[in-house]
Every structure is written in C-alpha cells, then in structure tokens.
Design a protein around this ligand. Sequence first.
Ligand SMILES: Nc1ncnc2c1ncn2[C@@H]1O[C@H](COP(=O)(O)OP(=O)(O)OP(=O)(O)O)[C@@H](O)[C@H]1O
Length: 246
Amino acid sequence: MTITSEKTVASDVVLECRGLSAGYAGVVVCRDLDIKVSAGEVVALIGANGAGKSTTMLTVAGELAPIAGELSVLGSAKRSSLSALARRGMSYVTEERSVIMGLTTAENLRLAGVAADTACEIFPELRALLKRPAGLLSGGEQQMLTLARALAREPRLLLADELSLGLAPQIVQRLLAVVREAADRRNLGVLLVEQHVRQVLAVADRVYVMRRGQVMLSGTAAEIGADLDAVQRAYLAPASGPIEGG
Ligand SMILES: Nc1ncnc2c1ncn2[C@@H]1O[C@H](COP(=O)(O)OP(=O)(O)OP(=O)(O)O)[C@@H](O)[C@H]1O
C-alpha cells in the first residue's frame, strides 16, 4: 500500500534525512530512510517491535553515526553530537526515566536551568509536586517533569522515543496533547516514536510506518488512520525472521 500525498505544514525544515542507513558497528539495521519534519509539525514514527524506530531516533539525535545517506538536523548537514545538537535547539526524550530520583521536582528543574514557573505553565500538575522527591512521583508525573524540562528550554526540534511507554491512556493523551500544543504555539517540530498508534494519530500531522528497518508507508495521520486495521495487519504485527539484506 502506498500513500503519497503529504501535507506541508510549514516550509521550515528542522529535520531531513535522505537515503539514510543506520545501524550498529557498521551493520545496517535501517536503510534508505527518507524522513522530513518541518517546524510546527508533529510527525509520528510507528512500527512493530524491532522495526528500527529507536535506531533511527538515535541516529538523528547524533548518538549513532549514519552509515550512508544524508542527514540534516536544524539546518546543518554536519554530523553533530547529541550535546551539540541540544545546544542548537534539539531536545531528545526517551521512555527512560531521566529525572534524578533523589532530588525534588523543583531541584530537578533547577539543575536543568529551568524556572519552576515555566515548567508549571507547561504542566500545571507539577505545581503541587515541586517539593516531592522525583522518585516518589508516578511514572506519568516523572514524564511530565521530563517533558516540561525539555519544552521549557524552547527547543526547535523535539525527538521523543516512547515517552509514554507503560503509562495509562489518560496520561498518554495528556503528554501527547502538550506536545501538540507546543508544536502549534511555539512552532516546534516533533518526531515522535509511539506504540499508542490511535492516540498518536489523533495529534500527529504525518506518519511514517516502519517495518524491518525501512519506511514502508507514509502519509497524513488522516490517510493512515483511514485504513488503520489494514496498516496494523500489514506493518505493525511483529515481524518474523531477520531483516533482509543487512
Ligand atoms: N545496540 C545494538 N546493537 C546491535 N543491534 C541492535 C542494537 N540495538 C538494537 N539493535 C537491533 O536493531 C533492530 C532495530 O531495533 P530498534 O530498537 O531500533 O527497533 P524499535 O523499532 O525501536 O523496536 P522497539 O519498538 O521494540 O523499541 C533490532 O533488530 C535490534 O535487535
């Protein structure tokens, strides 16, 4: 199945890869990736376990060197480390709880150079939790803290890899709504890996569907959502056997 039409939300491209191959120690795991994210756009990367989503994100984030192809992040095609990209306006958040558990919410924010008021504007839920050690926050609250910390720095590109892994549906919805709002209000470009396909389709502009290291399908969220059952059967069921041609 091929869906070709794509909505162009903004002309400002914050992330683009063309013919990108990525992997580990020279072994290709993802190949020929053509992915683009513009400012103000929420783009979802979905796929079954092992499809190569995290490998793609790690490569885009500067953690893995591309094996082949072109990659341009925030207007530069020069390879940059995660920390250099962070300085230029990229935030990378993952499912791993990145808060320091022994510090309070307020201390975690201070350590990141983020004003508590700014974080609480993003997630008002954090206000009542400022004095609580992050280790005592629920998983959802920890991810609100993580996301507030990331968004308070006013990035131009947010990479979020399964931010809502293992969280309750209402929390997933809340986190995704805040990401959508940041895209709309601050012109943030977002690339989002998400297992909660229906929920992510509700907030995304466009979607790339990966399977066995390749983008098999791309389109607007409406296009992908229109035949989601078929997409799920064809591409989101667990793949069996090795990735071909690695
Ligand atoms: N550090 C690594 N070294 C070698 N191979 C790896 C490494 N990490 C992942 N892989 C392999 O790369 C392939 C893609 O993995 P990746 O984690 O990118 O998929 P994913 O789509 O993010 O999966 P999931 O949804 O399960 O997180 C898998 O076959 C995996 O075993």
